[in-house]
Design a protein around this ligand. Structure first.
Ligand code: GLV
Ligand code: MG
Length: 325
């Protein structure tokens, strides 16, 4: 390991993150009863300009009055380039800050954006005498945000997670997309002709680079990488495929923009019983190897070593969090 210690953000279950428009208070109770690990009440892109103020009032009331149980509660504030954002922070943190766990900052572009919100939240928390510190989630969804993702990830002690906002990212980079978070047949490889002249088309994942880059920035700073929305909520298979790809790269959660996507995210982002059992067996085998003075052994015909211990520990810790959740 490097001598540089990476401080880890507070451990929270973040398999599913449900988006709920602040302008739709009739959805709040159902969201509170759902199996989502995290809920963000939205003031930004799901809310029309003339509904912003009412949405803010709805959110303040709901944070104070709805029984959200043990859910992690977040608000997505408006962008720093709008005139809504300062009131989102001031009114909601002042009037409902005790039940707020996280603030989600959309379209974050530079470390200074994070600094500005940190300064405001710190003043409000101090003035109100809050004991708990509100954490930050950042949506990486612009070319600027992706360019500065490393600095953003390390810009505040409040940082907890980075989210890949694929819809705005596509708009910002002018990517050609079909549906939010979906794939594009143009992003494919045409194989050379086989002996019989036939050729195959292999679809590729056009989001791979962006997601992988964000995952590295998040993990190098002890933050959770979370995959963003998948727009077609009538395509559970497409959602699962996108979530699996994100999980393979290291993401530990995915947004749900529709309640039906919560179970899909929780399913993909929870280790299976077989994976957890295997992780326990790796830890046992390595403990025996160590006792016998060996650093690597084989299990089920495969080599395992100290790196396997770290992977197995991550798996076991995740299953412990889920059981406690
Ligand atoms: C989320 O905000 C996105 O733009 O995908
Ligand atoms: Mg967005």
């Amino acid at each position: 390991m490097s001598f540089f210690a990476v401080e880890q953000a507070p451990a929270r279950l973040n398999r599913s993150e449900l988006a709920v428009p602040g302008s739709q208070p009739q959805m709040f109770e159902k969201a509170a009863q759902s199996d989502a690990d995290v809920i963000f009440l939205d003031l930004e892109d799901a809310v029309a300009p003339d509904e912003k103020e009412q949405a803010r009032r709805n959110i303040i009331q709901a944070l104070n009055e709805v029984d959200w149980g043990s859910k992690t509660m977040s608000i997505r504030i408006n962008g720093l380039d709008t005139h809504y954002m300062y009131r989102d922070v001031v009114d909601i943190v002042e009037q409902a800050g005790e039940r707020l766990d996280l603030i989600m900052i959309p379209k974050v572009g530079t470390a200074a954006d994070v600094y500005a919100v940190d300064m405001m939240v710190t003043q409000i928390e101090d003035a109100k005498g809050y004991k708990k510190r509100i954490g930050f989630e950042h949506i990486i969804e612009t070319a600027l945000g992706m360019q500065n993702v490393n600095e953003i990830a390390s810009a505040s002690k409040r940082n907890e997670s980075l989210h890949f906002g694929v819809a705005d990212y596509a708009a910002s980079t002018r990517a050609r997309t079909t549906i939010i978070g979906g794939v594009n047949p143009d992003y494919s490889v045409l194989t050379d002709p086989a002996n019989d002249g036939s050729r195959d088309v292999h679809w590729g994942d056009m989001w791979h680079y962006a997601l992988a880059r964000m995952v590295v920035a998040a993990r190098a700073n002890g933050l959770r990488p979370i995959d963003g929305p998948f727009g077609d909520f009538q395509d559970p298979d497409g959602y699962r495929a996108a979530a699996r790809r994100a999980a393979v790269l290291g993401c530990e959660g995915k947004w749900a923009i529709h309640p039906s996507q919560i179970a899909l995210a929780n399913g993909v982002m929870s280790p299976s019983d077989a994976e957890v059992t295997k992780a326990h067996r790796i830890l046992e085998a390595m403990a025996e190897a160590e006792a016998a003075g060996r650093g690597a052994v084989s299990l089920d015909g495969r080599l395992i070593d100290y790196a396997s211990i770290r992977q197995a520990e991550v798996m076991v810790e995740k299953s412990r969090q889920i059981a406690a959740g």
